[in-house]
Design a protein around this ligand. Sequence first.
Ligand code: GAP
Length: 442
Amino acid sequence: MSVETNLESMSDLVSLCKRRGFIFQSSEIYGGLGSCWDYGPLGVELKLNVKDKWWKSMTYRDDIDGVDAAIMMHPLVWKASGHVDAFNDPMVDCKECKSRFRADMIDLKAACPECGKSGTFTDIRAFNMMFKTQMGAVEDSASTIYLRPETAQGIFVNFPNIQSTMRRKLPFGIAQIGKAFRNEITPGNFIFRTREFEQMEMQYFIKPGTQREFMAKWKETRWNWHLANGIRAEKLKFSDHPSDKLAHYADAATDIEYEFPIGWGEMEGIHSRTDFDLKQHQEYCGKNLLYVDQADGNKKYLPFVIETSVGCDRTILALLCDAYRVENKSDPDNERVVLKLHPKLAPIKAAILPLVKKGGLPEIAEKIVADLSENYKVEYDDAGSIGKRYRRHDEIGTPLCMTIDFESLNDNSVTFRDRDTMVQERVSIDSIRQVIRDRLKC
Ligand code: GAP
């Protein structure tokens, strides 16, 4: 019986991600760029799988449409949403070492946590977290636009378009996946808090007064989504926002938190946003955004909104942390690092391994690869000993390895090895697709 331990330190995961091609530091050959990360060949597959799973769970149902709004939006959007005036962190600088801190995160009466000097903090200043840029050739305040700090506003401004073109009645939702940018002051912990990240957001438009009911429904739905991705329930918890800590747009909010090696951290926010955003946009754009409720005597009102907002990168971090296991840690001869990712999310679904590079084995393997590649991301791997190849695929979370050996020439079969149990079984080449299908279903 092997003894299994969880990921103990984030640096072990960072190192695996780099070593195996999941995630690299941005612009690494230039020394890197603070808190920006590039997804390598395996990371991008994992990310696409996560987005695909979220997208299908949201839009392959009859009450939610998708949208893909532009990152650059009219600057008034951010005035209306409150981000120009209220998307601020209270900051102080240490006059001695020039380090910057969030004023609410440190004791301002104590010494600077960086240089240890006392009485060196500046007055508290508000620091807006939106990145500004210019649109067009002239650089003046009229041409200032922002990189969006959340994808949600691209949904709100499209509410009238989507409601009318898709002939939607309440309740209905709009879902979007896309990049968001925040000039975070205290980024870090790998991809947990970065300055460029991806969000998967859904706004569910409802009749005012029904927000408690829909909040409860969406909390349950989103919790179950994380469980269906294979995250262990004991590593998840809800954390309600106290009423005095609610964001400017919310009348209730809950986070789904995951227990990272750095402690519990928010992975997803579920917010009851009232009609705050639509009301603001209606005021700033001067257009009528009212919904006409035919089911209620043609009453006109602004819908309320329940928002589910999950970071794609944070989800990936939680999935990687949760999947990372070390077996037999105190026994160097039998130690095994394995990423027990849900097979549906694993970057490579199956590895096809000819035992040697001759004797007709590569030809059989290539034929299997060509056949499976129509539907699955698989990998042909003939480099190194079979043991080393198994270890590599364990570390990148490949659920199935199949070895083509000399027996295969006679019995038209291959040896399947399961990532989690390491159990091996002989499978006829004609049944390979079925075995993969079954493994991906779990
Ligand atoms: N539209 C609501 C909204 O943006 P939020 O709580 O600020 O709410 C939602 O962000 C999610 O986006 C977070 O739960 C987190 O997963 C992700 N997120 C926010 N800031 C992030 C950052 N700097 N780096 C990575 N992910 C971030």
